[in-house]
Write a protein that binds this ligand. Structure first.
Ligand SMILES: Cc1cc2nc3c(=O)[nH]c(=O)nc-3n(C[C@H](O)[C@H](O)[C@H](O)COP(=O)(O)OP(=O)(O)OC[C@H]3O[C@@H](n4cnc5c(N)ncnc54)[C@H](O)[C@@H]3O)c2cc1C
Ligand code: SF4
Length: 338
């Protein structure tokens, strides 16, 4: 039995004050990741600070035509919000591909951004893990690494970020709004999650004592031509082996702008400007998409059990972008493959 204190934050300033005062405290929102980590002894907070009563539950249009999503908006509420369904259906689709209905009913936007890797060694305190206990080694590199990274990994950690929502947010160029003891700041989602390097214990660039208050989306939502395609071992309630969020802006059959990001392949949602540049001005067909895939995979490296992901990514990119080009997004509510 490990004792911890429980307190409630009354407002954002109070939450910042409480979390900044105790480096071993943890904020709790939906609790769907934190409580699991506590049960597995991976997290041992001295205090759990309940932020669920903070006024961060609104989804609102911004003055510039975008959308502001409060950090405590539940995944279900976000996916079914009329403005998200209409203007950012890609985001709705990505959220619906994640977890289960019950989990999505509890999971918050901020918590989803900060959920930790699903590397099984990270959750198993009997094994070495540089992310959980820096300097002990990485059990996955020579171990069971089927779910692990093929891009951006390091000799210290080959874990992947497990979120679906964040992959869609990555191509929507979301910004993460945070408040800390030094004031507020805005972090582009591209810079929010980190690669492991030699500090895999740090998943994000959120500083100690900072809390997420909102995520903002710019106006461009790729509502006409998008898809979120998630390849996994079961058709629900499973993390991605590989996923792709794709958005295209077309002029007839020609690509004016194409964006795509991958989940399940790196320590952060993976987007590659060079691969997207291949799409610009080209016909929206499988040959173009395959060339973009080759560029994205130029530095991919597989390990003993996950080398299959390299070919899977290639096919996922071609299929995901083809579905987006046809305006026939992947359905997450049925098993039908479009
Ligand atoms: C069985 C299972 C399957 C799942 N499958 C998927 C899946 O397929 N795809 C997917 O994307 N996700 C999946 N999830 C993950 C789920 O979506 C996350 O657990 C959830 O999004 C976390 O949100 P939460 O509000 O419950 O976070 P919590 O557990 O409350 O918090 C998570 C972390 O975020 C911190 N935190 C929370 N809110 C804030 C804030 N506003 N500011 C600063 N720090 C904050 C907490 O301190 C904690 O460290 C799965 C989870 C489970 C248990
Ligand atoms: S991949 Fe990362 S999280 Fe998994 S065992 Fe290695 S260091 Fe730990």
């Amino acid at each position: 039995m490990i004792n911890f204190q429980y307190s409630r934050a009354n407002n954002v300033a109070d939450a910042v004050r409480q979390i900044a005062a105790d480096p071993k405290a943890r904020l709790i929102a939906g609790g769907t990741n934190l409580i699991d980590l506590m049960k597995m002894d991976v997290e041992q907070p001295t205090r759990v600070i309940d932020i669920t009563r903070l006024p961060l539950k609104q989804v609102e249009p911004t003055a510039h035509g975008g959308l502001r999503i409060g950090a405590l908006v539940r995944n279900t509420d976000l996916a079914y919000h009329p403005l998200v369904e209409e203007r950012y259906p890609l985001l709705a689709s990505a959220i619906m591909a994640g977890a289960s209905q019950q989990l999505r009913n509890m999971a918050s936007t901020g918590g989803n951004l900060l959920q930790r890797t699903r590397c099984s060694y990270f959750y198993d305190t009997a094994t070495p893990c540089n992310k959980r206990e820096p300097g002990t080694g990485c059990s996955a590199i020579e171990g069971l690494n089927r779910m692990h990274a093929i891009l951006g990994a390091s000799a210290a950690c080959i874990a992947v970020h497990p979120s679906d929502m964040c992959v869609a947010m990555r191509i929507l160029d979301a910004t993460v709004h945070v408040v800390g003891p030094a004031g507020s700041r805005v972090i582009p989602i591209a810079d929010f999650h980190r690669l492991p390097g030699d500090t895999p214990q740090r998943d994000t660039n959120l500083d100690a004592g900072e809390i997420i208050t909102a995520v903002e989306l710019p106006p461009k939502g790729f509502a006409a031509n998008h898809t979120y395609l998630k390849i996994r071992d079961r058709s629900s309630y499973a993390f991605a082996l590989v996923s792709i969020a794709a958005g295209l802006e077309l002029d007839g059959d020609t690509i004016k702008e194409g964006r795509f990001a991958l989940g399940g392949v790196a320590h952060k949602p993976w987007r590659d400007a060079q691969a997207e540049a291949v799409l610009r001005g080209q016909p929206a067909n499988a040959a173009t998409f395959a060339r973009a895939a080759d560029v994205l995979l130029r530095e991919a490296r597989g390990y003993r059990y996950n080398a299959f992901k390299i070919d899977l990514v290639r096919r996922c990119i071609v299929r995901g972008l083809s579905q987006a080009a046809r305006g026939r997004p992947q359905s997450q509510s049925s098993k039908k493959i479009v």
